[in-house]
Design a binder for this molecule. Structure first.
Ligand code: SF4
Length: 347
């Protein structure tokens, strides 16, 4: 499925690019100066399937706690740096698995060179994170705004600049809040260079709207065979970002795991399908097994409609059914349904 032939980069043990699976990232929104809280959030992200986490390093005072976070985190930690190049150097020194910079706001070439040389000395990869909100002024003037051409020109220029300094372990992102601009930028970049790509639609919005924008943007690119790692950007819980990222990958057959399908409900519905489906998702969260579980509203059509599921539940008048591959195997009290389902799954 992968059509953009990228090279592989090791980010703290997680391999990005080449034929490696698309990895899922998120970013903490706790204060970096509070390592305990930040590590608690990283643990929660890890539990639901986050593979790499990004932590912002806004001020010098946070370098020490950033180092503690790196040391205790169960997954590789990327430092997110804006403006102050010395913070990038210090983050590399305390063990960041990767540095995310936007060369446009790091400042002069001289400062960029110092960051890159430090990264080379400790073999730390860089992400060139091009963002429609912080493009170089001359590119905005040339293209009349943050177009996909402007994003690509900025990315290609900065990747080449970093390569000239001597570092080629560079992952690239070209994010805009406009979905089509984002898609076009990644597609165009993929025609030009083979750096691994970090996919995302920036400032996508709150849960529902943001999930849709991310699914269309990231999903279209993955369906094209473009993309090596992703972050779903949502205003809200980073845990939701991971769940949406997993669902995007599962929807395209790029990730195994528990796949809960549920019927849209209709006048035949004899059970609270929405509540039950959410409960099943919740109870089975993080299970790595490759299983499709159906939650269907009625016993008349449910088992047949969800024949492709490995196991399923369907509402009946007074009782509920558990079925396997379309055949009913058990009739249970509605209140016992979840426990019975889990029992079956364990078998
Ligand atoms: Fe309606 Fe039953 Fe189909 Fe659900 S499974 S949509 S309740 S017919």
């Amino acid at each position: 499925m992968r059509k953009h032939n990228t090279f592989q980069i090791d980010v703290g043990g997680v391999k990005i690019g080449g034929n490696n699976p698309v990895s899922i990232q998120s970013m903490t929104n706790t204060s970096t100066s509070d390592p305990k809280k930040t590590l608690e959030q990283i643990d929660k992200l890890y539990e639901v399937g986050c593979e790499i986490v990004r932590v912002a390093l806004p001020v010098k005072e946070d370098v020490k706690s950033f180092g503690q976070i790196v040391e205790k985190s169960p997954i590789p930690v990327i430092a997110d740096i804006h403006f102050d190049y010395t913070l990038a150097i210090e983050a590399i020194s305390v063990g960041a698995a990767k540095i995310r910079i936007n060369p446009g706001n790091i400042g002069t070439i001289d400062k960029l060179e110092k960051v890159i040389n430090k990264a080379i000395s400790l073999d730390t990869p860089i992400r060139v994170g091009i963002n429609s909100g912080s493009l170089e002024k001359e590119l905005l003037k040339k293209y009349g705004g943050p177009t996909h051409e402007a994003l690509v020109e900025s990315a290609v220029k900065n990747v080449n600049l970093i390569k000239e300094i001597g570092h080629d372990k560079v992952v690239v992102s070209l994010k805009a809040s406009d979905v089509l601009t984002t898609i076009n930028a990644y597609r165009e970049f993929a025609k030009q260079l083979n750096n691994p790509l970090h996919l995302g639609v920036t400032e996508a919005g709150t849960f529902l709207k943001g999930s849709i924008k991310n699914a269309i943007g990231i999903g279209s690119l993955l369906a094209d065979g473009i993309g090596d790692t992703l972050r779903v950007s949502l205003t809200g819980s980073p845990v939701d970002e991971i769940k949406v990222g997993i669902y995007i990958l599962q929807s395209l057959g790029l990730k195994s795991g528990i796949n809960v399908i549920s019927c849209p409900t209709c006048s035949r519905t004899a059970i609270d399908v929405e509540e039950l489906a959410k409960m099943v998702e919740q109870k089975l969260l993080g299970i790595k097994k490759d299983l499709t579980i159906a939650v269907m509203g009625c016993s008349v059509n449910g088992p047949g409609e969800a024949r492709e599921a490995d196991i399923g539940v369907a509402g009946g008048k007074n009782k509920a059914l558990i079925f396997k591959n379309g055949e009913v195997i058990k009739t249970v009290q509605k209140g016992d349904l979840i426990n019975e389902l889990i029992k079956e799954l364990k078998q």
